[in-house]
Design a protein around this ligand. Structure first.
Ligand SMILES: C[S@@+](CC[C@H](N)C(=O)[O-])C[C@H]1O[C@@H](n2cnc3c(N)ncnc32)[C@H](O)[C@@H]1O
Length: 194
């Protein structure tokens, strides 16, 4: 797995990754519903454009990344926005335990999950979600990458593993050459009077 310095070098050169496309924002708008009054967490947020898009939909949003350069750039670029913040977190080393358990309606992983330890990250993310909360994974597929670049995507075995975490619903949306996987946890059990 590339260390933080690898990513720092990339961001230090002023580079980013795939810009957030209009079609991506439309997908969020259509399938997540209004963000107002809800909390979102973007894992591996880079310089914060996707987190900013979630914030634009009304979500109070936190982005986390382990690249100091990315987090500083994100803080600088989006400093004028209330309800959008960025924190330095190494998801593999520190886990997600410092974030509020059961505190998020939505957790997103855009172009991030292939670089993380899959099972602890998903288990940690689930603990942070409210009942009925959603995890949205946007990723290239390893099998569709050219030779030598497979590691930027998730393998189909990893996708199967992701789907097998006991979600109430799993829905997939293709987005150009990316896959968006929207995974919803079970809602809290309703108490009924007899
Ligand atoms: C391909 S970039 C994607 C950035 C951003 N999500 C985007 O869509 O532009 C992957 C990001 O994951 C971050 N990352 C990789 N491993 C991480 C870890 N263990 N903890 C936190 N962030 C990590 C990198 O620093 C980098 O910003």
């Amino acid at each position: 797995m590339p260390a933080a310095d690898h990513w720092n070098d990339h961001y230090q050169q002023g580079k980013g990754f795939r810009p957030v496309a209009e079609a991506e924002v439309e997908l969020l708008t259509e399938h997540l519903g209004p963000g107002t009054g809800r909390w979102a967490l973007d894992l591996g947020c880079g310089t914060g454009e996707y987190a900013a898009a979630l914030h634009g939909l009304g979500f109070t949003t936190t982005g986390v990344d382990f690249s100091e350069v990315a987090v500083a750039t994100a803080q600088d670029r989006h400093q004028d926005r209330d309800g959008l913040d960025f924190q330095l977190v190494d998801v593999d080393r520190d886990g997600l335990g410092l974030l509020p358990t059961g505190g998020f309606d939505l957790i997103t992983c855009r172009l991030f999950l292939p670089f993380a330890d899959l099972v602890p990250t998903i288990a940690g993310a689930r603990r942070l979600l409210v009942p009925g909360g959603q995890l949205l994974v946007t990723t290239p597929l390893a099998e569709h990458q050219r030779a030598g670049w497979e590691s930027i995507g998730l393998r189909s075995a990893s996708l199967d593993l992701l789907r097998s975490f006991g979600w109430a619903a799993t829905v997939e949306y293709p987005l150009d050459d990316l896959l968006c996987l929207l995974l919803t946890t079970h809602p809290a059990l309703q108490r009924t009077r007899r």
